[in-house]
Design a protein around this ligand. Structure first.
Ligand SMILES: Nc1nc2c(c(=O)[nH]1)N(C=O)[C@@H](CNc1ccc(C(=O)N[C@@H](CCC(=O)O)C(=O)O)cc1)CN2
Ligand SMILES: Nc1ncnc2c1ncn2[C@@H]1O[C@H](COP(=O)(O)OP(=O)(O)OP(=O)(O)O)[C@@H](O)[C@H]1O
Length: 194
């Protein structure tokens, strides 16, 4: 299906804005977001949480992953399978186990012993290019997270994370888009309107 021009323009514009953030902007925003997520009951109560490794200037959740390990919680990371655009999940105990995957993102190696069934996830923290007032998410255009939340990941609490400028009025959602339950920005939790 042809993507709307508006959606493409928004993606380009948001990525451009994100690209000019400094490393310290990313670090400061990321630390605040990690702090906010730690206060979410959904994170506090979760044992297995899906994170992601930062790509370009995405929010860096590594401080939160480290906190999770300290608290005895499990850290789960996705591996993207470009052939069918599916995500598969693995438990990770150290960041030095990761390898560079498709798209140049650090990912877990395929090790069946560490594979996690999507049903076992208590919470998913989701990266995005933008999120809107209704909780819809704009990603890089692969449809990976939409496919996951429409299928095996349906019902898993899902929270977007992003800089405040990434919270926008609309991302021009399409029928396949699955809204987030909330979006965490550096100043707190944004709750989508109905
Ligand atoms: N950190 C992180 N991990 C993630 C995602 C993400 O958005 N962020 N994903 C979310 O789905 C999945 C991977 N999907 C991705 C899809 C496209 C691109 C990307 O960089 N696309 C290039 C064009 C690539 C090409 O055409 O070769 C681009 O945007 O310029 C990255 C990740 C799973 N892991
Ligand atoms: N549940 C689904 N089943 C099949 N195809 C889907 C599904 N969800 C999305 N797609 C397809 O994936 C493509 C990309 O979708 P979209 O533009 O919403 O991606 P995105 O959310 O920006 O990307 P990503 O999740 O990878 O960051 C679209 O062509 C869409 O039709």
């Amino acid at each position: 299906m042809v993507e709307s021009r508006k959606k493409k323009n928004l993606r380009n514009q948001m990525l451009k804005t994100r690209e000019i953030l400094s490393e310290s902007d990313v670090e400061t925003g990321s630390k605040k977001i990690c702090q906010q997520v730690m206060e979410l009951p959904q994170w506090e109560q979760a044992e297995r949480v899906l994170y992601y490794m930062p790509h370009r200037r995405e929010i860096d959740l590594r401080p939160l992953m480290k906190q999770a390990w300290l608290m005895g919680k499990k850290v789960i990371l996705p591996r993207a399978i470009p052939a069918n655009r599916l995500l598969i999940f693995y438990q990770v105990d150290h960041l030095d186990e990761l390898v560079l995957g498709a798209y140049g993102i650090w990912e877990p190696q395929s090790d069946e012993d560490r594979r996690i069934d999507p049903q076992e996830l208590d919470l998913a923290l989701v990266p995005g290019v933008a999120f809107d007032w209704k909780g819809y998410r704009l990603g890089y255009g692969g449809g990976y997270y939409d496919r996951f939340f429409a299928g095996p990941g349906a019902g898993i609490p899902r929270f977007g994370v992003g800089f405040s400028f990434q919270w926008v009025e609309t991302v021009y959602p399409e029928a396949h888009d699955v809204p987030m339950n909330g979006v965490v920005v550096p100043t707190g939790l944004m709750v989508p309107e109905k």
